[in-house]
Every structure is written in structure tokens, then in C-alpha cells.
Design a protein around this ligand. Structure first.
Ligand code: ZN
Length: 151
């Protein structure tokens, strides 16, 4: 891979510059992509300019969600080789963590309505909110419903 070969001279130059060669062995040449034979693939998700990186396998854990399904291809930006979402990056952090840990947390400082909107957009149902956060979420939901009824 060209990208692997490209950084190697810099790593060597840096190693030579910083420490005597005898003390520090040069970094071993990285295994090339062809040899490593990954079945997984890393990709970039750009959410309103904030970039998140994850493995394809991570998001495909939940194939009935937007990121886990082919639907995400509608958001693929060929020019930048990344997925672009014009959504809230703060809330997206929790969504991505859900794929990683299997637990969805509710950030108490976020407005419930905008949180719900982001979940709906990404095709995640609030039922998967972890026990640690579910009560907070449910209470907020009730408060919100009451407030809307008062109006
Ligand atoms: Zn939680």
C-alpha cells in the first residue's frame, strides 16, 4: 500500500534524529494490508464537521439501524471518502458508543426532544437505553408530556 510506504521514511528519520541508532532499533516495517487480510474496515463518520472513526463491524452489529444498514450509503461523500451527517455531534457520541458497548446512555443535560430526534434519525429505539439512564429518561419524558399538556 502506498500509504504505508509513505510514512516509513519519516519514522526512520525521526528515530535517527532523536536517539543514537544503537540504542533504539528502527521501527519494524508495518505489515501491509495485503498480508494482514483484514475482513474489517475502518471508516470516517463526519457529523457536522466533527469526525468519528469506527469499524464497519462495529456499526453492523445493529443492522436494523441507519448506520448498520446500507441506508448509510446515501450519506457517503465520494470526494472526502467519509459519511457525512448534518446532525448534532454531541448526541452522536452517545449513539456511536451504543454500537461499541451495546448500551445507550441518556445525557441528562441534553433536551429530551432533540435527543429523541437524533435517535429517530439514526433509527434507534429508546428501549435500548441502559438501566443506568433509563429512569432519568423516563422521568424526563413524563415531565415533558405534562408540560406539553399544560400549554
Ligand atoms: Zn447510562
Amino acid at each position: 500500500m502506498a500509504s504505508v510506504a509513505a510514512w516509513l521514511p519519516f519514522a526512520r528519520a525521526a528515530a535517527i534524529g532523536w536517539v543514537p541508532i544503537a540504542n533504539k532499533p528502527l521501527p519494524a516495517p508495518p505489515v501491509t494490508k495485503e498480508h494482514r487480510k483484514r475482513e474489517d474496515e475502518k471508516f470516517v463518520i463526519n457529523v457536522s464537521g466533527r469526525k468519528f472513526e469506527t469499524w464497519r463491524n462495529t456499526v453492523e452489529k445493529y443492522p436494523d439501524t441507519l448506520l448498520g444498514s446500507n441506508e448509510r450509503e446515501f450519506f457517503y461523500d465520494e470526494d472526502f471518502k467519509e459519511y457525512f451527517f448534518d446532525r448534532d455531534p454531541d448526541i452522536f457520541r452517545h449513539i456511536l458508543n451504543y454500537y461499541r458497548t451495546g448500551k445507550l446512555h441518556y445525557p441528562k443535560h441534553e433536551c429530551l426532544m432533540s435527543y429523541d430526534e437524533e435517535l429517530a434519525f439514526f433509527g434507534i429505539i429508546p428501549d435500548v437505553i441502559g438501566d443506568c439512564c433509563y429512569e432519568d429518561y423516563r422521568d424526563r419524558k413524563r415531565e415533558n408530556a405534562e408540560r406539553l399538556m399544560d400549554d
